[in-house]
Every structure is written in C-alpha cells, then in structure tokens.
Write a protein that binds this ligand. Structure first.
Ligand code: ZN
Length: 457
C-alpha cells in the first residue's frame, strides 16, 4: 500500500540534529506484529532463519563504555498495555534475526549486524538468546493516551543510561508509537509495527540514508528496495549504486536530495561487520564503482574505464539540470554522453572485461535516456583466456525515451568463455545523443528469482 509510505518521517541526521521531512507525521495504528516482507522472494520460515547471535555481551547494557560499536535492541512498554516482555522477547529476536538475514542475503557478500547482548541468560537456547538480546525498558512518558513520538523514547533511554555513542537503538514499541528514525541525544530506530522490513528501513535511516533519489524518472523513488517499499521488499540497494556497495567500501553515494552534499556507503557502517566476498545472495555486481556510476573527471573530459569506437564520440555529461545529468544524482558522479554519428555502428564499451564462468548466466543492466529519440542495443561479447572473441549476444533494439529507464540483456556464457565485454551499440544511420549511467553486470545465481538474476529496477 504505497500511501502508507507517508507514515514514515524522513530522518535527516546532521550534526546530531534531526529535521523531519514535510510528510505528514505518523499517526500509527498500534500493530505490534506486522507482516514480514516477501519480495523479491520469500524469506525462510521462522525455524530456518539463522540466529544472528551476540557480537558483544555486557553485564549492564546501559553501560556500554569500551564496548565495540553495536546495535542494542529494546522492548519499550508503558502502563497502558503493560509489560509483555515475556510474551514478545522471542518474537522480537526472530525479527532481528530476519533483519540480519536480509542484510546478508541482499548481496553475494557476507555481512551482519553487530548486536549487543546482556549477561545472565543461557544463549545456548533460543529463549535465553532472545532474553539476552532484547532488553525491556518502560517509557513512563508514554503512559498518556495517544501517539508517542521518537523523541520521548530517545529521552527515556538516555535518562536510563542508554547513551553510549557506540550504540544505535532499535526500539520495538508496545504502544501507539511511530515508525521512524530519530537522533537527539541518542539515535533510535522505532516502530510499533513489528516486522523486519520496517525496522531495517528505520535502522538504515540512522546511517544518514534518506529516501534517496533512486529514480529512473527524475524525483521519484525506485520501488524494489527496503528503503521505499519495506512492506513487501526486504532487499537493500539491488543496483549497488544508491547507498550500499559491499564490493567496494570506498565508493560513496549521494544519499539525499540534490544538492545535499552528504555521501556515504552503508556497507561501511560500524554497526555492521566488514563485508566479505563471496557467497550467494539476491544481487551482486562484477563492475567497479567507476564503471557502474561513471564518476566525472574534468567537465567534458573522457571518463576512465570506457572505450568508444565506430560512429560517435563520448564525453562526461556536462553540468545541467539534475535529471539530465545523472540517473542517480551523485555529487561528482554524472553520466556518459554518447554523441552518435550516422556513418557506422557506434560502440561504447566497458574497457575492462570482467571474468566469467562458462555455463553461468549473466545479465548486463544499464540506464539510458535521450532528450531526442534513437535506438540502441546492449551487447555481451564473450572472449577466451587468450582474448579471442567467441560470440556476441545482443538485446533487441530499445527505443530510448526522455526518462532514465533501465534496460538489460542476459545470456549464458558459452563454452570456453573466460571474460565478457559490455557494450552499448547504436546502429548506423542515426544522429542523436544518448546518456548512459548505472551499469551493472549481475551474475545470475541467486537461485530464487526466475532466471536467477536480480529483478529489473
Ligand atoms: Zn523512511
């Protein structure tokens, strides 16, 4: 239900000050157990969700001095509904385990949430683990009827000693609360609607990730992401180009509305373990951040990492209106403009040829737009170890439009293939310019969606 998106305040955390976006603040229906997201494919059944476990264990979770950075899970209650800790602790732990699962399973990298636990419980059993992980806290100021805002929760936690700078608090509210992210004294991700997608969405906000401009159409939001459709989707940044790239931690992304200067990479957050490659997950990418996003050098210069041949010439897209500069509104990242000339087929190729495995399916994605009109194809060219071309595979011609639409071509690497070249081909006879951005080479082995590739954005 897209309209429910308006319930979520947009946290903009700047120097400890929170500015809520102009959306109408939440008027939460108290709904302690929400519906778990089920896309891009179903999560494992409760019994099969891996137990995340404790990264660090303290005698007193309100005294985290000297401890590693971590997430502290809080069960927050008030007099109105009473203290249902015993009834809910294991259910909350399952939701936290699913939050960890979705982070790990979003990509082919192994990455997890660092969780803080308390001593005094037998973590060898699930009930004991849940009680070590989830700490109850009464929010006295929530006793009054009506909705309790995140500032009240944060103030209560701070007064109770939960004020360590190395802690981020994930608060399950057992009262009419608010699904939002808030920093003031302490940083809290709160929700009275308990499911992993909603709570992960709010936790991600606390690393200063806004509802980023992740659009194929200027100023609208992409749909396949826990940041924008947490009611259905559990996966994080399937394109590796909006706020999360575990394959290249120094890659930074512009995570708020242009011209906000903040840039970051969620994969580098101290509340998560360092990502390691490679395992099976929903999405992956075999390109570098430069190849994927086309970082600008000098205006009008030639971007590194790309080769042009045949009919046309390329340049970094000159400065201009947001939607005509980049598909993703990066600061310092723009796009590549191909000025097509009619005398021959034109080719823009990623110069480096990533390694592939014969018999494995791959999908090449790119976002393309033109202010006028024209046709292009996407091409996969397969090469042997000795750099001999084996074969090429083209998409059908795509008629480009004035929006940043995503296009793709998929094929199984033929026998003997060792590398692949990615190209955008403009058939001869055309005179127009197109913009290229947001490339991705997906190894289709998630094993769960159709042909195993990530879904179109
Ligand atoms: Zn949000």
């Amino acid at each position: 239900m897209p309209s429910k998106l308006n319930r979520f305040g947009t946290a903009m955390v700047v120097a400890g000050v929170v500015a809520l976006a102009t959306v109408t603040p939440a008027r939460a229906d108290f709904n302690p157990i929400g519906t778990e997201p089920a896309a891009p494919y179903a999560q494992p059944a409760d019994a099969n969700v891996p137990r995340r476990g404790c990264t660090t264990t303290l005698p007193d979770p309100a005294n985290a001095a000297g401890s590693v950075p971590a997430v502290q899970v809080i069960y927050a209650w008030h007099e109105g509904n009473g203290n249902n800790y015993e009834a809910y602790a294991e259910r909350i732990a399952k939701i936290v385990d699913r939050m960890d699962w979705l982070l790990d399973e979003s990509t082919d990298h192994d990455q997890h949430i660092k969780l803080s636990c308390r001593t005094g419980h037998d973590t060898g059993t699930y009930p004991g683990y849940a009680r070590a992980l989830v700490v109850p806290e009464k929010i006295e100021a929530a006793d009054v009827p009506g909705e309790t805002g995140p500032g009240i929760v944060a103030d209560d936690l701070e007064a109770a000693g939960y004020d360590n700078a190395g802690r981020t608090y994930v608060v399950f509210e057992d009262f009419d609360g608010t699904a939002t992210a808030h920093c003031g004294g302490v940083c809290v991700a709160t929700s009275d609607e308990w499911d992993s997608g909603t709570m992960m969405h709010e936790l991600i906000h606390l690393y200063d990730v806004d509802h980023a401009k992740v659009s194929e159409v200027a100023d609208t939001l992409s749909i396949n992401d826990v940041m924008t459709s947490q009611y259905n989707d559990w996966q994080v940044d399937q394109e590796f180009n909006t706020y999360y790239d575990p394959s290249e931690l120094p890659a930074l992304f512009h995570t708020s509305s242009h011209p906000d200067p903040r840039r970051l990479n969620l994969a580098a957050w101290s509340r998560f373990t360092v990502p390691t490659c490679c395992d099976v997950g929903y999405s992956n990418d075999l390109l570098t951040a430069q190849e994927r996003t086309i970082e600008s050098q000098a205006p009008y210069g030639n971007p590194s990492g790309f080769t042009v041949s045949g009919g046309g010439w390329t340049q970094v897209t000159p400065p201009g209106p947001d939607g005509a500069t980049s598909a993703r509104y990066y600061d310092g990242r723009r796009s590549l403009t191909m000025n097509v000339q009619s005398y021959a087929d034109g080719f823009v190729s990623v110069t480096r040829r990533p390694a592939v495995t014969a018999g494995q399916r791959y999908r090449f994605f790119a976002r393309l737009t033109t202010p006028t009109s024209g046709n292009v194809k996407l091409r996969l060219s397969w090469y042997t170890f000795s750099n001999t071309l084996i074969s090429t595979g083209d998409s059908s011609p795509y008629a480009l439009s004035s929006s940043w639409q995503e296009y793709s071509v998929s094929a199984v690497a033929p026998g003997g293939a060792a590398t692949v070249q990615l190209s955008v081909v403009s058939p001869s006879g055309q005179n127009f310019a197109y913009l290229l951005d947001s490339l991705q080479l997906n190894r289709c082995d998630n094993g769960r969606t159709g042909d195993g590739c990530r879904l179109d954005g």
